[in-house]
Design a protein around this ligand. Structure first.
Ligand SMILES: Cc1cc2nc3c(=O)[nH]c(=O)nc-3n(C[C@H](O)[C@H](O)[C@H](O)COP(=O)(O)O)c2cc1C
Length: 172
């Protein structure tokens, strides 16, 4: 990507926080394409590339989807939701995680805010979106332009320190 308005990968990783409040404004087609490309370029185990994206920009669908998770009541206000659809046969959460993180880091570098959200009730999700029986969509990322005066997340805290995070050569 050669976009002078985007930040470095290091800065994007270090400054990205999860945001749940968005302007009431659609995500531009250009930004939408960038996010699709970011997810598309994630590698996959054995290069299987079996995961698919579900883009939701219909407010009515988003509002219904809010009932598919235990902590997702707020997602109907997101102008765009990107869901990660996986076939059971090749269920590889690491691959989905890579796609999602690519998407969120690129979004942040372009000035968009995002938050990963779990949809615990896969049958509800499947019924709303018509996802086939042999696939599921457990994770989505909400996307939108951030509001200036968003309240801080109640869960927000500094990350665990490196000394606690890292074990070297053996578990201590
Ligand atoms: C796998 C995963 C699932 C998450 N599910 C939800 C969710 O269902 N609802 C929600 O509001 N936030 C969800 N989050 C967001 C976390 O609460 C957030 O990543 C964490 O609090 C860090 O936020 P911060 O960047 O503001 O510190 C999820 C995050 C991850 C990584």
């Amino acid at each position: 990507m050669n976009d002078s308005s985007s930040m470095s990968a290091v800065d994007a990783v270090l400054t990205k926080r999860d945001v749940r409040h968005y302007q009431n404004k659609p995500v531009s087609d250009e930004h939408r394409e960038r996010l699709i490309q970011a997810a598309r370029m994630a590698g996959s185990a054995k290069n299987a590339e079996v995961n698919r994206l579900m883009l939701i920009d219909d407010a009515e669908v988003a509002e219904r989807l809010a009932g598919a998770g235990d902590f997702s009541a707020w997602i109907g206000s997101a102008p765009l939701i990107i869901g990660f659809v996986t076939p059971f046969e090749f269920d590889r959460p690491f691959d989905v995680g890579r796609m999602a993180q690519n998407t969120m880091i690129v979004a942040h570098s372009l000035g968009l805010a995002t938050c990963p959200v779990t949809l615990h009730h896969e049958d509800i999700t499947r019924a709303i979106l018509g996802i086939p029986e042999d696939h599921h969509m457990l994770m989505v990322v909400t996307v939108g332009y951030p509001v200036a005066d968003a309240p801080p997340s109640p869960l927000k805290r500094v990350r665990v320190g490196s000394d606690e995070l890292v074990h070297e050569n053996a578990w201590r």
